[in-house]
Design a protein around this ligand. Structure first.
Ligand code: HH2
Length: 281
């Protein structure tokens, strides 16, 4: 059903650059332990903690999209989310983003109060753009090469920055053509989604080219494989590497860091922002 529920007045009112998007994964199999809470009490406590630690928004997802992960059907994704969405609908102290590729899941989350759809498929579900346009929510369009199950099988690009930038520009145009306000769109180069280490490094160096599209850029490097490749550390020991890479992304113009470690990233950004004399936006 469209047009019957109230529209969100300002879905990006939480955005101040640079800021933190804290991760809550309501999954049994996300790659990092931090932020993973399959049960409803843990999920609700995680939302409280993400807010208390100073994140600008909490990103809630119920499908792992780590390399090799199998797709989770929409009904299973919603079953995992339902208790958490009920807690969100009852009232939380932080704006909520829903990390989903399914328009039906996004609709349920928006009904519960989510203001942003974080879509790692950049609107592949034909119902996604009409939903976001109709409800006046915001959307993050991310670049992914292929599907999580196979995306790391020998990914190749002639010029990764140029190809990712062109893809995001085309998806931004498609979103706007579908009726989504341009100033409701965020863009994300999709670190680790069908990319080698060299591709990820080129994209982090190339953030100015993505930012030149005129929309805030979201970057997720937190504890990912590229941090392991650079530091030689296991997932549980990648905080320092993640902070270093995150600050490089912000130096290149990223507006939002999607992270597991909220408190530490908020502090790192406070140092960054203060040294740079205030907001770097
Ligand atoms: N990375 C992950 C999931 N969603 N969304 C955006 N916009 N950007 C990202 O880089 C991104 C994302 C993967 O991280 P995580 O949610 O921690 O792991 P998993 O997919 O295993 O649940």
């Amino acid at each position: 059903m469209t047009g019957t529920l109230s529209r969100i007045s300002d879905p990006l009112s939480w955005l101040c650059a640079p800021c933190v998007m804290g991760i809550l994964n309501v999954t049994p199999d996300s790659f990092a332990d931090v932020g993973r809470h399959a049960g409803a009490p843990g999920a609700a406590a995680r939302i409280l903690a993400v807010a208390a630690e100073g994140a600008a928004i909490c990103d809630v997802g119920a499908e792992s999209t780590r390399p090799g992960a199998q797709a989770v059907p929409a009904d299973e994704e919603l079953r995992r989310l339902e208790p958490t969405l009920a807690a969100i609908a009852a009232g939380v102290d932080i704006p909520i983003s829903i990390d989903t590729r399914h328009a039906s899941t996004a609709r349920a989350a928006i009904d519960a109060g989510a203001v942003l759809v974080n879509d790692v498929s950049a609107g592949a579900d034909p119902g996604m753009f009409p939903l976001v346009a109709d409800r006046g929510s915001a959307i993050c369009l991310m670049h992914m090469r292929g599907e999580p199950a196979t995306m790391q099988d020998d990914p190749r690009y002639d010029d990764v920055v140029d190809e990712v930038r062109a893809f995001l520009e085309a998806r931004l145009e498609a979103a706007v053509s579908a009726g989504i306000a341009e100033d409701h769109v965020l863009l994300d180069p999709g670190i680790g989604f069908g990319k080698t280490l060299e591709h990820n490094l080129a994209l982090l160096r190339g953030i100015p080219a993505i930012a030149a599209l005129g929309r805030p850029v979201v970057v997720g490097v937190s504890r990912k494989g590229m941090i392991g490749a650079i530091t030689g550390r296991e997932i549980e020991d990648r905080l320092a590497g993640s902070l270093g890479a995150g600050l490089c992304a912000v130096a290149g113009g990223a507006a939002v860091l999607r992270v597991h470690d909220v408190c530490e990233t908020v502090d790192a950004l406070a140092a960054w922002t203060t040294i740079n004399g205030g907001d770097t936006a």
